[in-house]
Design a protein around this ligand. Structure first.
Ligand code: ASP
Length: 415
């Protein structure tokens, strides 16, 4: 059986088992199975992948920048990455805002909080309260201490770690010229070893995918999806439009790649992203796929994919815009034009600054809802469906990174 078939089967079996057993979610035996079997199996896999993210981002990005700088290609690749990132993020926010304004899924919806969500809402509120002012956040992209950034990379310091890796890779190229360097050899070997660790962990993926999807469906069931059905539908429709229309169009306009063929080649990565709901956890597999199956230039894919896993999250941007306007509709908060523009801009920024971990965008949504005067409990309304929507938006986040890598990879003359 091919890898993506195996993963799809695990995903469907996990979802079916979780949904079937959800009605017995109070059973002690089932809760124990979930707690002592499913959770550890899922965590085992996630931790093995997270373990490799920091060395892989550092070595991959340093190597990518080193190689691009040595061939004087860095400025061009960086410009193209920025151009396509802004284009794709803006398109996703426009799609989201248009859908939510046209279909108004929140108007007339009865507010029913999901029991037991108050604690989670409070936690997100606390996280949001710790958010730093914009100037401070921008300054902190330059880390004072790269080692501290590395240890906190998965807790929100990823951009700082990337900045250091970019600067170091460029400096390495500048000091070294064309001479063979032991540093570069070391980085190449580190990167190759990371790929091997990823390969080994991936053997375990079908079990982990089953366990991860089981946990979500067992906990939340499917009723909640129906009670917020229209909102869920609008988010999923927006994500599909970005994938099917915007990405296809970009690939057609700027490359010779057949969009459908390209999406088929990426199936495997989409399944990982869906099951893990984490761009960071999917990054190692995306890097592998880009080099080995999509045959993109390693220096380009290492640069674009590592940066994109944090700084290009189109699914998150689209979700953020829809969710804030949806909650405003539910609570009857009339947003002025200036506030709507603020939502659009913040959503684009959310796509750039959100940590690539499950629920990474929730604190940002909390900040935005508070700024435009939506009650904090609004978050409780969407938390029940958030895991499912997180799985969907992460898939688009990762897909967007691969599309941009392909767009940047195309030399002008091939257009
Ligand atoms: N889970 C998303 C990701 O990893 C981030 C988010 O939107 O919460 O890409």
């Amino acid at each position: 059986m091919k890898n993506h078939h195996r993963l799809l089967l695990s995903l469907l079996l996990g979802a079916c088992a979780g949904l079937l057993l959800h009605s017995h979610a109070q059973s002690e035996i089932l809760q124990n199975i979930n707690r002592y079997l499913m959770e550890p199996v899922g965590q085992l896999f996630l931790r093995a992948i997270f373990m490799i993210v920091v060395p892989m981002v550092m070595s991959g990005l340093m190597l990518g920048v080193y190689q691009l700088s040595s061939h004087h290609g860095l400025a061009r690749v960086a410009q193209r990455t920025l151009f396509f990132t802004v284009l794709a993020s803006s398109a996703s926010v426009v799609i989201g805002i248009t859908l939510v304004n046209v279909f108004k899924p929140g108007v007339g919806l009865e507010i029913t909080q999901i029991a037991g969500q108050a604690a989670s809402v409070h936690k997100i509120e606390q996280n949001a309260a710790q958010a730093k002012p914009v100037v401070q956040s921008l300054l902190e992209i330059i880390p004072k201490n790269p080692f501290a950034a590395a240890t906190q990379a998965l807790e929100g310091e990823m951009l700082a770690l990337m900045f250091f890796s970019l600067a170091f890779g460029a400096a390495l190229a500048a000091t070294n010229g064309d001479k063979p360097s032991r540093w570069v050899e070391f980085l190449e070997e580190t990167y190759a070893a990371c790929l091997l660790v990823v390969d080994t962990a991936m053997k375990f993926a079908p079990w982990a995918v089953f366990a991860l999807v089981f946990q979500s469906t067992f906990k939340f069931g499917s009723e909640i999806l129906f009670s917020l059905g229209f909102y869920v539908l609008i988010v999923v429709a927006g994500l599909l439009m970005q994938q099917g229309l915007v990405y296809s169009l970009l690939l057609r306009l700027f490359t010779r790649i057949q969009p459908l063929l390209f999406f088929r080649q990426c199936r495997d990565v989409y399944l990982y992203a869906f099951a893990t709901a984490s761009s960071n956890a999917t990054l190692p597999r995306s890097l592998e796929l880009a080099e080995q199956e999509l045959k993109l230039k390693p220096e380009v894919s290492r640069f674009v994919l590592t940066i994109g896993s944090t700084a290009n999250q189109n699914g998150t941007a689209l979700f953020e815009g829809i969710t804030v306007l949806f909650l405003a509709q539910v609570y009857g908060v009339d947003l002025s034009l200036a506030q709507q523009v603020q939502v659009v801009l913040m959503s684009i920024l959310a796509g750039i600054g959100t940590a690539g971990v499950p629920g990474g965008s929730l604190p940002l949504i909390m900040i935005l809802t508070q700024q435009v005067g939506i009650p904090a409990e609004g978050m409780g309304l969407i938390l029940g469906v958030d895991r499912f929507l997180d799985m969907c938006r992460t898939t688009l986040n990762v897909s967007g990174d691969l599309v941009i890598a392909a767009l940047v990879d195309q030399p002008d003359e091939e257009r």
